[in-house]
Design a protein around this ligand. Structure first.
Ligand code: NAD
Length: 265
């Protein structure tokens, strides 16, 4: 079993939502964190909250789609704390919409998802993860750091209407742990650096709360057997469990309160 105490977590999207919840979980368990986010103001606030918990914290302004920013983030973690033990590339966005929206009256397509809406989500949720993981794992290997790469997939990886961009990136997060685990295994690194993905359902963060009106939220809640959204802290605690348990590698672990398991019969 690995211990969180004294270990170093690099968390992108650490300025808010699930990333910040994970950073708080890490420092309250004696770990150190490097949080990275594109939103400097969120990150300042997050830094204060983490310091109030007596956390050892470094902040890096980083756009995960920028190769140099990701390299600087990984360097900053090594310079400040000498190691990286958890990589949590949690920065992500949604830009929902139907690929094609035919008009109900005429039957002709009146709107389609723009290339920009598709590409932006791919850039941040997929390319950004690749860059963050590649740069951090390089430093982990070169500095002989033991630990976990924990990607964040979603129940959207199974296919959600209105999210062809987002669902595609989250499906990619489900396959990456297999690829990375197999590659490290080939090089004799399988016990040093594990890779998994956590796949939440609907979590009560700004991503969900801002994107949904009350009617949409009520519809979602009616499909969750536990009767509520998953708390960001519950995802954070689960990532801690995945980190500690060294038998877990190469797979995707769902946390969704029973979503998709409902029976109305
Ligand atoms: N909230 C959910 O229900 C849910 C469910 C499954 C998976 N997820 C995933 O969890 C992760 C975190 O989501 P959240 O709900 O906490 O969202 P959030 O919007 O609360 O936080 C996302 C953070 O990412 C940052 N970010 C956005 N673009 C960035 C960029 N280019 N570079 C660096 N940082 C950037 C934002 O500033 C923000 O602080 C995402 O990958 C999301 O897809 C969320």
């Amino acid at each position: 079993m690995l211990e969180i105490k004294d270990s170093v977590a690099v968390i992108t999207g650490g300025g808010g939502g699930i990333g910040l919840a994970l950073a708080k979980h890490w420092v309250t368990n004696g770990g150190k964190v490097v949080i990275a986010d594109i939103a400097e103001d969120f990150m300042k606030q997050a830094e204060e909250e983490l310091k109030a918990l007596n956390g050892e914290v470094a902040t890096v302004v980083c756009n995960v789609t920028d190769e140099d920013d990701c390299a600087k983030l990984a360097d900053a973690a090594i310079e400040k704390f000498g190691q990286i033990n958890l990589v949590a590339p949690f920065a992500g966005i949604i830009k929902d919409g139907m690929m094609l929206s035919p008009d109900r009256e005429t039957g002709k397509v009146k709107r389609k998802m723009s290339l920009d809406a598709f590409q932006k989500v791919i850039d941040i949720n997929l390319t950004g993860v690749f860059l963050t993981v590649r740069e951090c794992a390089e430093r982990m290997i070169n500095n002989k750091c033991k630990g976990l790469i924990c990607l964040i997939s979603s129940t959207g990886s199974l296919g959600t209407a209105g999210q062809i961009n987002y669902s595609s990136t989250k499906a990619a997060m489900s396959v990456m742990p297999k690829v990375i685990t197999a590659e490290f295994f080939r090089r004799g690194l399988g016990d040093m650096i594990r890779c998994v993905a956590v796949a939440p359902g609907y979590v009560g963060t700004p991503m969900v709360k801002k994107a949904m009106n009350q009617k949409a939220l009520d519809m979602v809640l009616s499909q969750i057997p536990i009767g509520r959204l998953v708390e960001p802290e519950e995802v954070a605690s689960f990532v801690g469990d995945l980190y500690r348990n060294e038998a877990l590698a190469g797979d995707v672990f769902f946390i969704h309160g029973g979503l998709r398991l409902g029976s109305k019969g």
